[in-house]
Design a protein around this ligand. Structure first.
Ligand SMILES: [Zn+2]
Length: 170
């Protein structure tokens, strides 16, 4: 933004007007005509500079408005991600039996959500899908990606498998 050009043109126009006043006071028509022409020329320059500054101001205003909109979008995105991180902390990758892993939700005091498991592949894609009981045994199914979690072996193992707490049985 060329504010110096604008200030220079306004200053020159003011000087020309001052010269005009002096010429009129001295009743010097030739100097008055010259001062009028000079004032007109400098006012035209000042007007052009003012127009240019106005256009640049408008462009800057648009850029500021666009930047403010982007800042608001980033703030909202930041809040969404912070909430997602807080929610993610409520889940622990757990062996639900037979080495099968799922994200377990453990309600703490005052928590209204019931204990549940989330599908690990879906969680990796950023999608929360609650596993539903499936079949006659302690198996689960994700109805988002159709993964079936078979947490009980088909035949009894020779030694018991290490198990984690199963919320569905507690
Ligand atoms: Zn899934």
């Amino acid at each position: 933004m060329d504010l110096n050009a604008l200030f220079g043109a306004v200053g020159a126009a003011k000087s020309a007007v001052d010269l005009l006043k002096t010429s009129v006071a001295a009743r010097d028509q030739a100097k008055a005509d010259e001062a009028i022409a000079d004032a007109k020329k400098n006012l035209a320059i000042a007007y052009d500079s003012l127009l240019s500054v106005s256009q640049q101001s408008l462009e800057l205003y648009k850029q500021v408005a666009s930047a403010e909109q982007r800042i608001n979008e980033l703030r909202q995105e930041n809040q969404r991600l912070a909430a997602e991180i807080e929610d993610r902390k409520r889940y622990v990758l757990t062996d639900i039996g037979g080495g099968i892993k799922a994200y377990a939700f453990q309600p703490v005091d005052g928590e209204s959500d019931a204990a549940h498991y989330l599908c690990q592949p879906c969680m990796a894609k950023g999608h929360k899908s609650v596993l539903q009981p499936h079949g006659p045994r302690r198996n689960f199914k994700c109805f988002a990606c159709d993964s079936v979690y078979i947490s009980e072996p088909l035949s009894a193992p020779s030694s018991p498998l290490p198990r984690t707490t199963n919320f569905w049985e507690s």
